[in-house]
Write a protein that binds this ligand. Sequence first.
Ligand code: PLP
Length: 390
Amino acid sequence: MTDLHERYAASLMNTFGPPKLALVRGAGAHVWDADGREYVDLLGGIAVNALGHAHPALVEAVTTQLQTLGHVSNFFTTGPQVELAEKLLELAGGGPGHVFLTNSGTEANEAAFKLTRRTGRTEVVVAEGGFHGRTMGALALTSKEAYRAPFEPLPGDVVFVPYGDAQALAVAVSERTAAILLEPMQGEAGVVVPPEGYLAAARAIADEHGALLWFDEVQTGMGRTGRWLASEGVTPDIVTLAKGLAGGFPIGACVGLGAAGELFEPGNHGTTFGGNPVACAAALAVIRTIEDDGLLEHVTVLGQKIRDGLAADPRVTEVRGEGLLIGLDLSADVSAHVFAAALEHGFILNNPTPNRVRLAPPLVLTSDDAEAFLAAWPAILDAAYAQAGS
Ligand SMILES: *Cc1c(COP(=O)(O)O)cnc(C)c1O
């Protein structure tokens, strides 16, 4: 495996730092490395592997579609493409709308960003601490200085306001504002949950000024929080999706509801791969499995159990999130040590900030795996705090 790490360093651009593991196989919520070590995957490819690894329904859908019709250009359409668009509109509340399909989250946000320009206004009001992707447009909407600074100048007319502060939003938004962009929970920030009523307040503020309300549900959407959309109950004009949508097959979607779905005209936007029938068949298989296996309910119940278990340790100062999107704060800046100690114990998790841990396991995570993790949790923290010498 050293060999693979050396070859990686010699052949792949160094954007991610050295890989933590070289993985060879997965099944359900479990993955194996090249030395045969088994891990419970509590990160799920960063909220992507909704059905875990190698789920038969996903394998079968992709295989069958690829054997039948793998790619056509967007001069043509296919059954899976139309069926997926219809299904996404149904899951987004059932009203009229139109979908633009992409290959990733950042592309879904690029499409949405361009869509907002079609209002005739240019300003976008965005929350600090949010993450919307790495392409130039999506990056312009992402506040993190370390991500932005090396790539200035970025597309302009973006105004940042503190997340969760409805008053600040009300002050910032005006008749100049094309759109308000918010994550229902900030995933990359370590699962930051806004105060009750924040999304509804954003809806009212957008309406008052004729601005669009755009929710980035790339991470929170498609059952992750125990609901199809984490924003359920507040209807946006635009919702962007990706990560879990096709359970690991690359896809993204920009869903425009009502009039927002009609802002693009022919020639305004495009993609070669977006909306290809294999990705759409994969997404349909994921959605069907979530429905048929009652996974929303499972996610809700199991997520609560995990949050309660994690919070029981006094070194955990706060636990946040819903369903299987879980973030927690530690009493010290030891999250990198927690990551390493968890790996030693056979669990993959994520350390988005120095004192925060994030879990986004497959929606099919079993109670047994969750219990095994909670049983190991105090020992993982013991090891991490000892390592850190704090
Ligand atoms: C991951 C993420 C993105 C970017 O998606 P990519 O597929 O990595 O381009 C955008 N928005 C949110 C909220 C995300 O979590």
